[in-house]
Design a protein around this ligand. Structure first.
Ligand SMILES: NC(=O)c1ccc[n+]([C@@H]2O[C@H](COP(=O)([O-])OP(=O)(O)OC[C@H]3O[C@@H](n4cnc5c(N)ncnc54)[C@H](O)[C@@H]3O)[C@@H](O)[C@H]2O)c1
Length: 434
């Protein structure tokens, strides 16, 4: 059956089902379609499916023209899980958040698997791409396949291949980011590598699904810990009246052994604030603590309050209090040049300011209206930036440094500008680095 699967991938007659058409699943679907595969996109959100079938993208950095081209190529989005039977490969790209106790919430993965497996037929490959703790594929997916009567490695193939999507990064695309792949058996790995080899320039096989799962966590923990380190260094540098960004730039001239990470107002996005705690949770099963992860989390989580402390001090120097001040937050997406608001520290900055009695507005060229979020509410629209508008605020807080902002205008017209990103390095009496 493995040879049949590989043959169908190689002659591109294989049908690829991608489950979860979000930031990860949509670009992956488009890549398979671009390479000539028939792609079936499955999601529980009928709105998304209809939009995509109409050739429209709902994610800012993915152009509708790419979706329309995929539709031409035979891409079809559906909410009908019975259609899983039509596929050769089924790739799961559903969310893996934390619950309110900061523990892994695998409910999306489990719900999806329970909808998918009853519709599977012999000879298919099932791949999990969602970020998760080592052991998920083996402990959660494999037993469910076996309970449904499949023999993993013989009449179905089970792999884990972590996604490394970096939305908004123009230097890399889905196809040029090397892809790690681990299989439950040698045949599973062979099938998985054949599948990704068809669409990704470089596939990196590893010895097990657990290794592949932990690889993704190491990458994100490496980032979270290093951001925690530079955030701590920023606070120390600030107390010593040293510009941390100048220090980082100088250190980055070392041609070996140093990688530059940038400090900021806190961690954001679906990955870095969340994924490390998947390992923390699993490590407890082995009686182990993940102290670097916890410490980095502690430092990173403290950054919004530190930034607001700097803003309050700057207002105080101008004989003003936060209460009653008009504050404009610039950039509410979690990182520059994207529209993704998940876990954005800007929202926390806005909430702290509101709780302290400030009158808060925001401007973000990528987020015209403050979106509905599960735990946050602001009835606000993005403010258009002009000299008069900027002058009307007591403080302007640069939280996310989108390239679309006019930095000369900001620097020249803001009465007080708090820069959390090191974007306005030349300084000025109205600029406070935070
Ligand atoms: N966003 C990134 O940059 C990124 C990068 C690397 C890895 N990841 C990981 O990839 C996974 C997916 O992340 P994302 O950013 O694409 O999430 P997302 O929220 O953008 O997309 C998930 C999609 O899954 C759908 N969905 C939810 N439950 C479903 C179900 N039961 N059946 C079918 N569809 C369902 C949702 O409607 C949504 O369209 C996560 O584990 C994440 O950690 C994300």
């Amino acid at each position: 059956m493995k040879d049949r699967f590989v043959g169908r991938v190689e002659d591109k007659s294989a049908v690829v089902a991608v489950v979860g058409l979000g930031y990860v699943g949509l670009p992956l679907s488009l890549r398979f379609a671009e390479m000539g595969f028939k792609v079936l996109g499955l999601d529980i959100d009928q709105g998304k499916a209809s939009k995509l079938n109409g050739g429209l993208s709902y994610i800012e950095h993915i152009p509708s023209s790419a979706v329309a081209a995929a539709v031409q190529q035979g891409f079809e989005a559906t909410t009908d899980f019975l259609r899983i039977a039509e596929a050769d490969a089924i790739i799961l790209c559903v969310p893996t958040p934390l619950n309110k106790h900061r523990e892994p919430d695998l409910s999306f993965v489990i719900d999806t698997v329970e909808q998918v497996i009853p519709n599977m037929v012999a000879g298919q490959l099932l791949c999990l791409e969602s970020t998760t703790y080592p052991g998920t594929t083996e402990e959660e997916l494999k037993p469910r396949l076996e309970a449904a009567g499949f023999k993993v490695g013989e009449d179905c193939f089970l792999v884990y291949s972590p996604e490394r999507e970096d939305p908004g990064n123009i230097n890399f695309t889905t196809s040029t980011i090397p892809k790690v792949c681990g299989g439950e058996t040698a045949a599973c790995l062979e099938a998985g590598v054949a599948l990704y080899d068809a669409v990704i320039d470089s596939v990196v096989p590893v010895s097990s699904t657990k290794v592949a799962e932990m690889t993704k966590l190491l990458e994100n923990i490496h980032r979270a810990v290093n951001i925690g380190l530079v955030n701590e260094m920023k606070v120390v540098a600030d107390a010593m009246d040293v510009d941390i960004h100048e220090v980082i730039d100088a250190a980055a001239t070392k041609p070996f052994g140093f990688t530059a990470f940038k400090p900021g107002p806190g961690l954001g996005g679906h990955c870095i604030p969340i994924d490390p705690f998947y390992l923390t949770w699993k490590a407890r099963e082995y009686g182990l603590n993940t102290r670097f992860i916890e410490l980095a989390g502690e430092v990173n989580v403290s950054m919004p309050a530190w930034v607001i402390g700097k803003l309050a001090d700057a207002l105080n120097d101008r004989c003003k209090s936060v209460r009653g001040s008009k504050v404009l937050v610039l950039g509410i997406a979690y990182k520059k040049n994207v529209d993704d608001m998940r876990e954005s520290p800007s929202v926390e900055l806005m909430e702290i300011l509101r709780d302290k009695g400030a009158e808060v507005s925001y401007s973000d060229p990528h987020v015209p209206v403050f979106p509905k979020m599960r735990e946050h509410y602001f009835d606000l629209k993005s403010v258009d930036l002009t000299a008069d508008v900027l002058k009307s605020y007591d403080a302007v807080l640069l939280a996310t440094d989108h390239d679309k902002f006019d930095y000369d205008l900001l620097q020249n017209e803001s009465p007080l500008l708090i820069d959390t990103r090191g974007r306005l390095r030349s300084g000025g009496s109205n600029i406070v680095k935070a």
